[in-house]
Design a protein around this ligand. Structure first.
Ligand SMILES: [Zn+2]
Length: 306
């Protein structure tokens, strides 16, 4: 049973104007909480998330070390789950040893998806060949484990669609997280019955404009929401945030923006995206009686982790 810390400083990190409680519990399907920027106030971050109605978090594992860290956090705090994979940026690190280590992680009960994995031809930190090799290996791991996939794609939509086509019959569900591409790519994904993860990218009038006309085309049972924090601080916030670090407690602002462009209420989108996420990852709904208390842990600081 976790301890509930009634600290008056739960919201210390967020200005009053940014505290916004979702009318319906939310799932943040993409939170990079192993990022060093959360090392000092992880517990307060989790408490602020809970205060905002963000009751369930899926921590993104982008390489072996932080996937292991994410699993350790899940073991310490309730309502946290993890993905485990190798991001295309790190694809050049893929080895037979990595393959085995990832397969081991996928057997952990806290791990609910293979990934993030995929293709990123925007920056090519690993070569396209290395990326495809690591991606196909992880598609194989998804088949073996029976877990869904958490996919990353940037400037590689056509190739991603091609590769997925040959695996589609063998893999379970797959979500293209932080979708930012165009209409053709979206329809290519939906045609393959994939899920779509949306971030605060849509709040960015400089580069997210095209998404505003697209998001209403995503069926409610295919749409999930995520912060991708600490990255991608939404640009629709009514107050400045010191340090500009994005965090799960801000997810309701993203839901508000997406709901607006879909022509539905925040409560509707919150309810459908949460139901979709819980079903996708096979996660039990957080109990309404909150007998487990809010997301909070035994009071250790994350700094003790390493
Ligand atoms: Zn990503």
């Amino acid at each position: 049973m976790p301890t509930v810390h009634s600290s008056p400083s739960i919201d210390e990190g967020l200005p009053e104007a940014l505290r916004f409680h979702s009318p319906v519990p939310l799932v943040d399907i993409g939170a990079n909480l192993t990022h060093e920027s959360f090392a000092r106030d992880l517990e307060a971050t989790l408490q602020r998330a809970h205060a905002a109605g963000v009751q369930t978090l899926v921590l993104t594992g982008t390489e072996l070390h932080n996937a292991e860290q994410a699993v350790a956090l899940c073991q310490r705090y309730p309502s946290l789950y993890a993905t485990a994979g190798v991001h295309p940026h790190h694809a050049s690190d893929w080895t037979p040893q990595m393959h085995k280590a990832m397969a081991d992680l996928h057997r952990q009960p806290e791990v609910v998806a293979v990934g993030e994995c995929g293709l990123d031809f925007n920056r090519n930190f690993s070569t396209p060949n290395e990326q495809e090799r690591a991606f196909e290996a992880q598609l194989g791991l998804a088949v073996e484990s029976g877990l869904p996939l958490f996919l990353h794609e940037r400037d590689a939509g056509a190739r991603m669609c091609d590769i997925l086509k040959s695996w589609r019959d063998d893999i379970q569900h797959a979500v293209v997280h932080c979708f930012t591409a165009d209409k053709d790519t979206l329809y290519g994904y939906l045609d393959q019955d994939l899920h779509i993860g949306l971030t605060g990218w849509i709040c960015d009038e400089r580069r997210g404009h095209h998404l505003r006309e697209l998001v209403a085309d995503i069926p409610a049972d295919r749409l999930m929401v995520e912060t991708d924090c600490p990255y991608l601080l939404p640009r629709n916030l009514p107050a400045k945030l010191k340090g500009r670090r994005h965090e799960p407690a801000l997810l309701p602002w993203i839901v508000r923006e997406i709901a607006h462009w879909r022509g539905e209420s925040e409560a509707q989108l919150a309810a459908s995206s949460t139901a979709t996420a819980l079903a996708f990852f096979g996660i039990a709904a957080p109990s309404a009686s909150s007998s487990k208390g809010p997301i909070t842990g035994p009071g250790e600081t994350p700094g003790e982790e390493s």
